[in-house]
Write a protein that binds this ligand. Structure first.
Ligand code: PLP
Length: 398
């Protein structure tokens, strides 16, 4: 089965009791047994639920894996994967991972006697140097948020195999989605997702998943899932599953619109710099072409001007809602320095390129002409005022 077919058919058999073509929302906590211990494989919904099971089979298939555990959020999935660690272990993490992941590892995992260190996953020598005999986990995101820089999954997997074979490599594949990037095929052992984003795809449900092709790892993650209990309810599992069926068509549109917008922004005089892996100017464009089947729907860019102008620009758009989160069919804009990355100290933030004029777009699947027109109107307004303030006598529009 190929990707789009898997998205629609994997785990989606007709309901055995009624023939319902669509997997029902099994809104039940428990299951009636014929005799003590004699049941149809379902006993209690924290442990197993048919709707959640269908979602897990679908998501495993999308990553080309056999196993998936679904969770109530992306962070709950991350916590389940982190439960593979024990006191004395070391975990090496990409320095620009999702803020919630950074907070979880630095403020919670580190309290359990686990050494947590961060490194720039773009620098392979640095990754190699940071590995220790006690390293049990390597955790990275690619592309990253909000600057869309990439880590070479296959190269880091090779470093793991040569220098830290005892470690598992985890890739948070939320930004690229399995449609554009398959980390397990590149040598990672576990993929985690915030299904809240592209997989759900409609900004209406929070969820997460941990996916692996390794039976022993899956057993431990599933044991934690049942023991700690951070599972999605059947209605949320069903919404996520419905969203995931259209992942392929949505991702093609997200990427097509994002490419057009990135190219437009790169040409505009009011824009200082554009970050998008699909642009030849992206410093890792060649890696993106090697490792990804498409470049995704996230674009960030720095405006020429002040922080106030950047915030005013973000507020003035018509179709891009000013909001955190990403991956829905509707376009969003955010100001990372004051929103998603506001808790990072300013000097550290600026050193990483998250300046006060940086804006991040989650490009939706609206008609791209409307999105371009919206951006053009706001940018032209900005550059006219910028030119006037630089050359008070100039009246030429840019
Ligand atoms: C949103 C996000 C998470 C956290 O997921 P939740 O569903 O919000 O718990 C983790 N990683 C990335 C890359 C994200 O964008």
């Amino acid at each position: 089965m190929r990707f789009s077919t898997r998205a629609i058919h994997a785990g989606q058999e007709a309901d055995p009791t009624t023939g319902a073509t669509i997997v029902p929302i099994y809104q039940t906590s428990t299951y009636t047994q014929e005799a003590v211990g004699k049941h149809k494989g379902f006993d209690y919904s924290r442990t197993i639920n048919p709707t959640r099971l269908a979602l897990e089979r679908q998501l495993a298939a999308l990553e080309g894996a056999r196993f998936c555990s679904a969770f109530a959020s992306g962070m709950a999935a991350a916590a389940a994967v982190a439960s593979l660690l024990s006191p004395g272990d070391h975990v090496l993490i990409g320095e620009d991972v999702y803020g919630g992941t950074y907070r979880f590892f630095s403020q919670i995992v580190a309290r359990y006697g686990i050494a947590v260190t961060y490194t720039d996953m773009r620098v392979l020598d640095g990754v190699r140097a940071a590995l220790r005999p006690s390293t049990r986990m390597i955790w990275l995101e690619t592309p990253t948020n909000p600057l869309l820089s990439l880590a070479d999954i296959a190269a880091i997997a090779a470093l793991r195999a040569d220098h830290a074979p005892q470690a598992v490599m985890v890739v948070d594949n939320t930004f690229a989605t399995p449609y554009f990037q398959q980390p397990l095929a590149l040598g990672a052992q576990i993929v985690v997702h915030s299904t809240t984003k592209y997989i759900g795809g409609h900004s209406d449900v929070v969820g997460g998943a941990a996916i692996t092709d390794d039976a022993a790892l899956h057993e431990r993650i599933a044991f934690y899932q049942n023991s700690a209990g951070g599972v999605p309810g059947p209605h949320d599992a069903w919404l996520t599953m419905r969203g995931a069926k259209t992942l392929a068509v949505r991702m093609r549109e997200h990427a097509r619109n994002a490419q057009a917008i990135a190219e437009f922004l790169e040409r505009h005089p009011a824009v200082e710099r554009v970050h998008y892996p699909g642009l030849p100017s992206h410093p890792q464009h060649d890696l993106a072409r090697r490792q990804m089947r498409g470049f995704g729907g996230m674009v960030s860019f720095a405006l020429r001007g002040t922080a106030e102008e950047a915030m005013e620009f973000a507020r003035s758009l018509r179709y891009f809602s000013l909001a955190e989160s990403l991956g829905g069919v509707e376009s969003l804009i955010c100001h990372p320095a004051r929103m998603t990355h506001g808790s990072i100290p300013r000097d550290q933030r600026e050193r990483r390129g998250i300046t006060d004029t940086l804006l991040r777009l989650s490009v939706g699947i609206e008609d791209v002409e409307d999105l371009l027109e919206d951006l053009r109107t706001a940018l032209d307004h900005l550059s006219t005022t910028a030119v006037r303030s630089m050359h008070p006598s100039s009246t030429a529009p840019m």
